[in-house]
Design a protein around this ligand. Sequence first.
Ligand SMILES: C[S@@+](CC[C@H](N)C(=O)[O-])C[C@H]1O[C@@H](n2cnc3c(N)ncnc32)[C@H](O)[C@@H]1O
Length: 349
Amino acid sequence: MLRYLLLRNPGHNRVYYLESEQLALAELKLTCQRFAQSCEHIESLDLAGINYLSFTVENPLSNTELTWLSRLSFIFALFQQASDAHDSALLPVALTTPAYIDPKISMLLKYSGKTNEIFTRMMINVGLLSSDFQYDDSIQLLDPVAGKGTTLFEGATSGFAVTGVELERKLVHDATLFFKKFMEREKYKHTLSKRSMYSSPEGAEAFIQDFQYARDKQGFKSEDTRGHLSMIAGNAIHARRYFKAEKFHLIIGDLPYGIAHGNIGQKKHNSRTRSPAELLEVCLPDFHGVLKTGGSLVLAWNKFVWPREAFTELLTAKGFSVLDTNPYDQFTHRVDQSIKRDIMVARKG
Ligand SMILES: C[S@@+](CC[C@H](N)C(=O)[O-])C[C@H]1O[C@@H](n2cnc3c(N)ncnc32)[C@H](O)[C@@H]1O
């Protein structure tokens, strides 16, 4: 029997680090389910005053298993224990790093209302782990409430084709300008096209900014190595107008908290509400339509304003299968006094 120990990245956000041990354990449990061998004793433990997450396996990790582990949102360092005695020496194990976009991208842009990037990466991982798909399935990811793009940048670092929809044009402008500057500074070969996607006599409009990029000219030549990042200044309630049916493997988003942003409507500050229920009541049929069968939806929200049971009921009524057993019920954590965040994970099919 071999024991592996994982150190968690303290990140920039001490509150999240302290709150996230249970979330990290839940993400690890889902990851271990993808291993070809069974993982036992998945637990949190302290060694010489330092907290680790650990698990045991029969055989050394395969490259595929190591790749799954390396994608964990919280992982900072991995060790293998020389024997199964708790006090035996720790041998460092190198993690594999995806070579698409430097993960620092989602740390650079700071603004109020930003979703913590480690938490965002966790939502993406949990989504993929709960779907029928693998990292190398040319994943298409949608964030229908994209803000300034943390989910898109995190998805891009994993090599996914990412698309965001955001109601506030200023946020779309800031996110795309930031991405363009990042591409220029890091000397990526890239193109940006902008066009109107949709307009109606009632004044509903949507504009898309579409980046294609690659590390160099050679990579840009082939569709296999070219990245895609698009942002639509539009409204999530119109997702079906913007995208063809079953386009996305994953839909991931941090729902509006109703504090700094509006939830719904054609115009900026229309129909503010503290609960995302109203927005989802309208959007979920479109989200269901654009999600692939076997794909999954992960949405974060504030439990103080909408109970989990009501959210589950709505998702079920709109045709999703909610994943609610352990470890899916382990993601609740405190963000601040007014926000107790949780995630809902649901599948299509
Ligand atoms: C919690 S924020 C997302 C923050 C984002 N994850 C980030 O890190 O930048 C929720 C976003 O949803 C947007 N939003 C609210 N209602 C929307 C709608 N109907 N369609 C698209 N976006 C909407 C808000 O403007 C806000 O930017």
